[in-house]
Design a protein around this ligand. Structure first.
Ligand code: GLU
Length: 471
């Protein structure tokens, strides 16, 4: 790449299911690389497998990328809409002699492979229809639709300096003459990727290392087309906490499930970025810092390990950093989903009260629910009997009377009133605090009682106290 070349990266998911953590992470790296170099980030949906690709899966990819804030500069392009172009290039290769028609049936090819295996060789197509100078090809069988094969180089090796793994070399005699068009004329996977990367002028391909074997094929194809080669970087996979390949067994693997579980997108971006990439020992960094620092040199050669505890820790950090207003906005629908009414309370103030100890938005919603019901929640009868003793009721009654007379309902005024009650009745804080929590919220444990009473509001507190005292 010379210094004038504009960096162009791409994310090229196949829409056959969820957007997984691994896919989201390669998207993130490709995006960050483009942003770092003021280049372009292209989104290409590889939907040529019509059987397995679905519009729902496309939407999941678009939603996931939007949630993470990975905007594409170009695209989404749909590979399925480019078939004519793919076929045009196949025709060009046939014309130029870098591809050829092969009339061998699948059964014949399988038999060739068997023979190779029997001789202890790599199973491969034996080149029956591969044209060579001076070679006479078999007679073309009638009524048989041929596939098109790439006339792959048979000597030497295909080498590239992988941005992550360093130099990789694959002997060309290991590469079969790849089928680039099926007998019905449809182009095959590796070929479409090559034409698209070429047409879209991709300069850097960053993807999972399950594609290393495809890369050798793709490079030979690009060379046959006379195309400039992109640089390739293959990122090792993500392992679960037990060292096995990350899968559903380890919890959610789809990026949008993390949204549902109450993770913030910036926490997800920060955490995914650190999964296989590092900048010194920085653990928490902004999107801008990530873009500024990102380079492929610091991508790790060894697999990264998924660590749900660390993700929660990162999320807790971003929750604390968020404004109360933003948290309230994100948490309100989660409260509604839990049957609460967020409008019953000053939600940003509740966020302020809860956010220092919450690891997810869902925990915030669970905590905030306390304030989001008009009616008194049912109190467990056993708890009631245990806590709301005649002595406790006496304290609550005293508080109730003083609270009615308070001029203003503020945390300070409530706190002062509690102290007055304790003093007047010769009691200690837990003797009032626990019964108060149970009587007003139905729970033994809540955040600071003066803050809870304040946020519930005087009307609800007094109505609930009276109700609890009455029976
Ligand atoms: N469509 C391929 C996949 O989802 C990725 C292709 C590529 O990155 O080259 O696995």
């Amino acid at each position: 790449m010379n210094s004038e070349t504009i960096v162009r990266t791409r994310f090229a998911p196949s829409p056959t299911g969820d957007l997984h953590l691994g896919g989201a992470r390669t998207a993130l790296f490709s995006w960050a690389f483009a942003r770092h170099h003021q280049g372009k980030f292209v989104l290409r949906i590889e939907d040529t497998d019509r059987e397995r690709s679905t519009p729902e899966a496309v939407q999941i990819i678009l939603d996931g990328m939007q949630w993470l804030g990975l905007e594409a500069d170009e695209g989404p392009f749909y590979q399925s809409q480019r078939i004519e172009r793919h076929q045009e290039v196949i025709q060009k290769m046939l014309d130029e002699g870098t591809a050829y028609y092969c009339y061998s049936t699948p059964e014949e090819v399988e038999a060739m492979r068997e023979r190779a295996r029997a001789q202890g060789l790599k199973p491969r197509y034996d080149g029956t229809w591969r044209p060579e100078p001076g070679k006479t090809l078999p007679e073309i069988p009638a009524d048989r639709q041929p596939v098109v094969r790439f006339k792959s180089p048979q000597t030497g090796a295909t080498t590239w300096d992988d941005l992550v793994k360093g130099p990789i070399s694959i002997p060309n005699d290991e590469l079969d003459d790849l089928v680039i068009a099926r007998s019905d004329g449809t182009p095959t996977y590796n070929f479409c990727v090559v034409v698209d990367d070429w047409d879209m002028k991709i300069t850097h391909v960053i993807r999972g290392d399950d594609h290393v074997n495809n890369t050798a094929r793709q490079i030979t194809l690009l060379e046959a087309l006379g195309a400039e080669l992109p640089a390739y970087g293959h990122v090792p996979m993500i392992l679960g906490p037990d060292g096995e390949k990350l899968s559903k067994r380890h919890g959610a693997v789809s990026i949008l499930e993390y949204d549902e579980q109450g993770f913030l997108p910036e926490a997800m971006v920060n955490y995914l970025a650190r999964l296989g990439w590092s900048h010194g020992d920085a653990e928490l960094f902004s999107r801008a810092e990530f873009i500024d620092w990102f380079n492929t040199r610091n991508l790790s050669r060894s697999p990264a390990q998924w660590d749900p505890k660390k993700l929660r820790w990162v999320n807790a950090h971003y929750i604390k950093e968020s404004t109360n207003e933003r948290l309230a906005e994100l948490v309100a629908p989660r409260i509604e989903a839990r049957g609460g009414q967020p409008e019953l309370v000053d939600l940003p103030a509740v966020m302020e009260l809860l956010k220092s100890r919450a690891e997810t938005l869902n925990e915030l919603a669970d905590g905030a629910l306390l304030f989001c019901h008009q009616e008194m929640p049912a109190i467990d009868p056993e708890l009631k009997e245990q806590v709301l003793t005649p002595e406790a009721k006496q304290l609550l009654h005293d508080f109730n009377q003083r609270a009615q007379a308070l001029e203003e309902w503020s945390v300070d005024a409530i706190s002062a009133t509690i102290k007055e009650v304790l003093k007047a009745q010769g009691a200690r804080m837990p003797q009032l605090g626990i019964p108060m929590r149970v009587a007003v919220t139905g729970q033994r444990q809540t955040p600071a009682i003066d803050a809870v009473l304040f946020l519930l509001g005087r009307d609800r507190v007094l109505a609930r106290l009276e109700q609890s005292l009455a029976n």
